[in-house]
Every structure is written in structure tokens, then in C-alpha cells.
Design a protein around this ligand. Structure first.
Ligand code: F6R
Length: 250
């Protein structure tokens, strides 16, 4: 019998199989509701997913022209044209390959003159779009989702964050391999913004994520592992490869 427990875990033989399954879920959701509102991550993890979605679009199987997207986060003081920006990452991996009308692509502007006003604008835009139907997440090796870093307190709404050294290191590739060049701050959707999505899929692969995945599934709720709060949501799927599931299988 399929599990009704949330988070529901599905383990795939490899990251490609997980990406394919998630692409299929997204395209099925789009077929059922062409006006789907999608929340999207950046990072190494979703690259395969975006490749699969681009393939669906190229084969004419999926129409993205009515979808609305909201990305989770962006570096502060980095404009949308900056080569290290998450906006450019999305242009490269997805937006240039599927036909989403530009006005339906929503992004935090890291170079906004008034960051708190920019965060409030983003919250309003999500509400005006009717909320997020399907939020895709990756997970940091420290358990962050979006850029909600481990801390004594978490922020509920879109806000300005100070990035942890490990997060800056894992984003160094976007800034010429130099972790010191990665901005110290970013704008991110908050925990409640994420948890208000109607359904959530967390994608993770590789051994470096295994410990966090085990704690997300079996551990206590703790602000020191922001992803543990996914246990509070009734509609979370965790799609992982065998390596990320390593600690679950013992
Ligand atoms: C980025 C984001 C982050 C990443 C996480 C994992 O938009 O939301 O939470 O998902 O840092 O990054 P990768 O996939 O590079 O391991």
C-alpha cells in the first residue's frame, strides 16, 4: 500500500532517474493545470531536472506558456544580469530552453535599492498569483532550504539572510571558483512562504546529503536543521538517489 506518511520518501537508482520522475510529475501537473504556479530552486541538484523539462518542451510534449514561476532566492547586491546571479543560472538551465512568458517569471532582485521592500513585493506577488502549487526544493549540506540557514530562530517570510561559510563555498563555482567572491548576504523566501506551498518536492542526491536526509525524516524539528520543518507539511515528497538514502537503509 502506498505510504500516506509525509514526508514520503522515494529512492531512485541514480539522480537521473529521480530527475526524470520529477520532470514527469511537473509535466503531468501542467497538463492537469496549465496555469500551475511553480516554486523553483537553483544549485547543482536541479540541473538534471531542468534538462529533462527542456527535453519535454523541445519534443512539444509540454506547454509552459501559462505557467508562473517563483525562484526561492537570489544573492544580495547581484543584479539579474550578473553572471553569478541565480537569475542567470535559471536563464542558462531552464528559461532559455522552455517558453515561459517573461512576465510570468518571478525573481527576487538582488540589486533592489530597498531590500525589505523587495522582499515584501515578492510576498505580495506570490499571494497575487494565488500561492505556490508545487514548490521544488534542494537541500544544503547544512540542512538549509532556500537560503534559510540553520539558526536559533528562523524567519517566516521573504527576508535578507547572512550566508554560512559552507553555503558560500558551495556556490563558489558561480563566482569564478572563489568562495570569498560569493556575496555574504542573499534574499530568500522564508520558512512559512515555502511551507504554504500546496505541495512540496525535495530533491537530493549524493552521499553529502545523506545525513541531513536521515535527520529530516527521523530527527526532531529543529531550527538547526531548517529542512526538518518539512515534517509539518502534509504533502511533502522526498526524491533521492541511493547515496542520499544511505543512512535510511541501515
Ligand atoms: C538554491 C537553494 C538552495 C539549494 C541547496 C542545495 O536556490 O534553494 O537551498 O537547493 O543549497 O544546493 P546544491 O543543489 O548545489 O547541492
Amino acid at each position: 500500500m502506498p505510504s500516506t506518511r509525509s514526508p514520503r520518501i522515494t529512492v531512485f537508482p541514480n539522480d537521473r532517474a529521480a530527475a526524470r520522475a520529477l520532470a514527469r510529475r511537473i509535466t503531468d501537473a501542467l497538463a492537469a493545470n496549465p496555469r500551475l504556479v511553480l516554486g523553483l530552486p537553483t544549485g547543482r541538484t536541479p540541473v538534471g531536472l531542468y534538462h529533462e523539462l527542456a527535453a519535454h518542451a523541445a519534443h512539444g510534449h509540454t506547454d509552459f506558456s501559462h505557467v508562473t514561476t517563483f525562484n526561492l532566492d537570489e544573492f544580495l547586491n547581484v543584479g539579474p544580469d550578473h553572471p553569478g546571479s541565480y537569475r542567470q543560472f535559471m536563464e542558462q538551465h531552464l528559461f532559455s530552453r522552455v517558453k515561459i512568458p517573461p512576465e510570468r517569471i518571478n525573481f527576487l532582485n538582488g540589486s533592489a535599492a530597498d531590500p525589505p521592500a523587495e522582499c515584501a513585493r515578492y510576498e505580495r506577488a506570490i499571494a497575487d498569483a494565488g500561492g505556490i502549487d508545487l514548490q521544488i526544493l534542494g537541500i544544503g549540506t547544512n540542512g538549509h532550504i532556500g537560503f534559510n540557514e540553520p539558526a536559533r530562530q528562523l524567519q517566516s517570510r521573504t527576508h535578507c539572510v547572512t550566508l554560512k561559510p559552507e553555503t558560500r563555498r558551495s556556490n563558489a563555482a558561480l563566482f569564478g571558483g572563489d568562495a570569498a567572491a560569493v556575496p555574504e548576504k542573499a534574499l530568500s523566501m522564508g520558512m512559512a512562504t515555502i511551507l504554504q506551498a500546496r505541495s512540496i518536492v525535495l530533491l537530493a542526491n549524493g552521499r553529502s546529503k545523506a545525513s541531513c536526509i536521515e535527520r529530516v525524516v527521523n530527527g526532531p524539528l529543529t531550527t538547526e536543521l531548517p529542512a526538518s520543518f518539512l515534517q509539518l507539511h502534509h504533502g511533502v515528497d522526498i526524491l533521492i538517489d541511493k547515496s542520499a538514502a544511505e543512512r535510511l537503509e541501515r
